[in-house]
Design a protein around this ligand. Structure first.
Ligand code: ADP
Ligand code: PRP
Length: 180
C-alpha cells in the first residue's frame, strides 16, 4: 500500500520538529522528510540539507522539489524523491507551511494534516529557549502565530502546550486508529 504524506503544521516554536522526531522514534511505520533549506547547516535543529539561494533556485528549476515555498526569509523544499519512500509504503512526516497545504493536497492526494497549537506564552518561551533565532526574528515568528489553516483543509488539531508524550500519543492514535 502507498504511504501517506503527513504534514505537521503550526506556528514557529510550537514543537513541530520535536514532535515529528518523537513520532518517528515511537512508530516504525513513520519516516521523516529531510527538507532542503537556504539556512546554514550549522544552525542546528532538525536534520536538513542547507543550500545557497542560487543552488535552491537551480534545483527548483530542475524540478527537484515536490513542494517549495518561502517563509521567514528562507526558501524551503520537499525533495520530489519523497515519492520513493511513499511508494515503498512508508508514511512520511513533513514540516510544512500552512500556506502550502492546498498545493500539498493537490500533489499528495492522501495528505493528512496534523496542526499543533500552543498558548502564546509557551510559544514565546520555547522560541527563546531554542536559541536559534535573534530576538527580532523571534518577534517576527510570533507575529505569524495566529495564521489559521486554509479554508477547506481538514486537520487533526493537537495542543502541544503540555507533555510531549501526550502529543505524540494523540498524533499516532489519529494516524493509526486501533480497530476493535
Ligand atoms: N511538548 C513540549 N514540551 C516542552 N518543550 C517542548 C515541547 N515540544 C517542543 N518543545 C521545545 O520547544 C522548542 C521548539 O520546538 P521545535 O520542535 O523547534 O518547534 P518548531 O519546529 O515548531 O518551530 C524546542 O526547544 C523544543 O525542545
Ligand atoms: O507559513 P507558516 O505556517 O507560518 O510556516 C512558515 C514556516 O515555518 C516553519 O518553518 P521552520 O521549520 O523553519 O520554522 P520553525 O522551526 O521555527 O517552525 C514551516 O515549516 C514553514 O516553513
Amino acid at each position: 500500500m502507498t504511504g501517506r504524506l503527513i504534514a505537521v503544521v503550526g506556528p514557529s516554536g510550537v514543537g513541530k520538529d520535536t514532535v515529528m522526531e518523537a513520532m518517528a522514534q515511537a512508530e516504525p511505520r513513520v519516516g521523516l522528510v529531510r527538507r532542503v533549506i537556504t539556512r546554514p547547516t550549522t544552525a542546528g535543529g532538525e536534520v536538513f540539507d542547507g543550500v545557497t539561494v542560487p543552488v535552491f533556485q537551480g534545483m527548483e528549476r530542475q524540478g527537484a522539489f515536490a513542494l517549495s515555498w518561502a517563509a521567514h526569509g528562507l526558501h524551503y523544499g520537499i525533495p520530489e524523491d519523497v515519492d520513493v519512500a511513499l511508494g515503498a509504503g512508508r508514511d512520511m512526516l513533513a514540516n510544512l507551511s500552512r500556506g502550502v497545504l492546498i498545493k500539498a493536497r493537490a500533489r499528495f492526494p492522501g495528505l493528512r494534516v496534523i496542526a499543533l497549537t500552543a498558548d502564546p506564552e509557551t510559544l514565546a518561551h520555547r522560541l527563546g529557549a531554542r536559541g536559534r533565532e535573534t530576538d527580532a526574528d523571534i518577534a517576527k515568528r510570533l507575529s505569524r502565530a495566529g495564521t489559521g489553516l486554509p479554508a477547506g483543509i481538514e486537520a487533526t488539531v493537537i495542543d502541544n502546550s503540555g507533555a510531549l508524550e501526550a502529543t505524540v500519543r494523540a498524533a499516532l492514535a489519529a494516524l493509526y486508529p486501533v480497530r476493535a
